[in-house]
Design a binder for this molecule. Structure first.
Ligand SMILES: Cc1cc2nc3c(=O)[nH]c(=O)nc-3n(C[C@H](O)[C@H](O)[C@H](O)COP(=O)(O)OP(=O)(O)OC[C@H]3O[C@@H](n4cnc5c(N)ncnc54)[C@H](O)[C@@H]3O)c2cc1C
Length: 397
């Protein structure tokens, strides 16, 4: 039976993170977004790390909080409600260690996950290095070895030698630990020809390239990563060689509904703010919330936010109860919720009118933030394409 009831401890943690995000993260994010401050907000991020936001999904024996994906996403959702960029900083850390959690052996998990939880610097983030300049959507699907991942990992004795370039990597400039998708068999497509690796920052030949300037989610940094004859030990390989596509698919079964829940939180914020404004704004002699067309917009926004949230929770619950979940449920949640976020951000601007266009108000930032959710973790069209292939094969309900 599907049951989303939370324990008192889970509720307390979610409430504590809600307060933290409202009081500590949102003001920092607003200042960065407006250009009033610059650089990565390490002080605020370190407070989130201290509270446990980077070790939620790590099992307790390794020092983590051992939360399931439903709870992890609900907590990250409270961060996203106040700022999508901070949700990326903590979410990309979980994304970074998911290939290890889902594809690594016990020894590897113990080594790297314990290290994450016991890190004394208070500043340890992960990054997930998959996308390349020539391989975005192809990373998930290319069957032809001439396409897809071009970064190579070549066996040399008991080491791997890595060469290539990644792009658009969240936390790329700040992370201390990385998971990396590389081609290990040039004769095969993504499935069979690619593998995941784990490594730390600061290795000879590894460097951070361009820091991108983004439209939204401006708290999180997104960078290139450059690998020039980087030597990794044999045990840096996660699981079996050639399992890159399989592990990626399992990761996406969790990460897509997480993005769905973050998007649902943004959609909820848009309607909360629009409703609050509509109660106060008087036109035609009464608060605009009493005008039927405004009511209709607000109700439609509520329906979208609620539907997005339940789709995401269902996919996350499936991941928790029937691991590794169902990629199609995650796709439905991510596609619907990210588009609900954009629609709600636009509808909020229609409800509010002229002030929504001004940067002193939160609405234009919501719209800029919402758009990314339709692009990353697989563009919505690419995800529809993947779901369509499964449907044609008769495997999708
Ligand atoms: C801010 C930001 C943060 C990111 N963070 C990370 C990160 O931490 N780690 C990481 O690895 N990546 C990250 N990404 C990369 C992100 O996942 C990719 O941008 C995304 O997968 C799309 O790839 P692309 O941009 O190369 O677009 P492309 O793959 O070039 O696609 C361009 C267009 O073509 C369409 N298209 C492509 N192939 C098909 C097809 N077969 N059928 C139908 N349509 C198709 C797409 O839908 C899209 O509309 C990030 C991106 C951004 C913008």
């Amino acid at each position: 039976m599907i049951d989303f009831s939370l324990t008192r401890d889970q509720e307390r943690f979610i409430d504590a993170i809600d307060r933290f995000a409202r009081m500590e993260l949102e003001p920092v994010a607003r200042a960065l977004d407006a250009g009033d401050s610059k650089g990565f907000p390490w002080d605020a991020a370190a407070q989130g790390i201290e509270l446990g936001l980077t070790r939620m999904a790590i099992p307790e024996p390794y020092g983590g909080l051992g939360l399931d994906m439903v709870t992890t996403a609900l907590v990250l959702g409270r961060v996203a409600y106040y700022d999508s960029g901070f949700a990326d900083v903590f979410g990309a850390t979980a994304l970074g260690y998911l290939p290890l959690l889902l594809g690594g052996d016990g020894e590897q998990q113990e080594q790297w996950l314990t290290r994450t939880c016991e890190d004394g610097s208070g500043r340890l983030l992960w990054a997930f290095a998959c996308t390349e300049p020539g391989s975005g959507s192809d990373s998930m699907s290319a069957k032809d070895p001439k396409h897809g991942t071009r970064t190579t990992a070549v066996r040399d004795g008991d080491q791997w030698v890595v060469n290539g370039r990644k792009c658009f990597i969240t936390n790329g400039g700040e992370a201390g630990l990385f998971t990396l998708l590389a081609r290990t068999d040039p004769a095969r497509g993504q499935d069979g020809g690619t593998s995941w690796f784990v490594h730390e920052a600061g290795l000879p030949g590894f460097s951070v390239g361009k820091f991108e300037s983004k439209m939204g989610h401006r708290v999180s940094s997104v960078t290139e990563l450059i690998y020039e004859d980087v030597r990794l030990p044999g045990e840096a390989l996660i699981g079996e060689p050639g399992n890159g596509a399989l592990v990626l698919e399992n990761v996406v079964s969790a990460s897509d509904p997480i993005i769905g829940l973050l998007s649902a939180s943004l959609a909820e914020r848009a309607v909360d703010l629009a409703e609050e404004y509509a109660r106060q704004r008087v036109q035609g002699g009464r608060p605009i919330i009493e005008h039927q067309l405004i009511q209709r917009k607000l109700v439609d926004m509520r329906i979208r936010a609620q539907a997005a949230r339940w789709l995401a929770l269902h996919a996350l619950w499936t991941f928790d109860n029937f691991p590794p979940g169902d990629i199609s449920l995650g796709i439905y949640a991510k596609v619907f919720a990210s588009e609900a976020g954009v629609q709600n951000a636009l509808a909020a601007m229609d409800v509010v009118g002229g002030y929504s266009y001004m940067r002193d108000y939160p609405f234009e930032k919501l719209l800029r933030d919402a758009k990314l959710n339709t692009i990353y973790e697989g563009s919505n069209d690419m995800l529809r394409h993947m779901a369509g292939i499964r449907m044609a094969e008769g495997g999708l309900r």
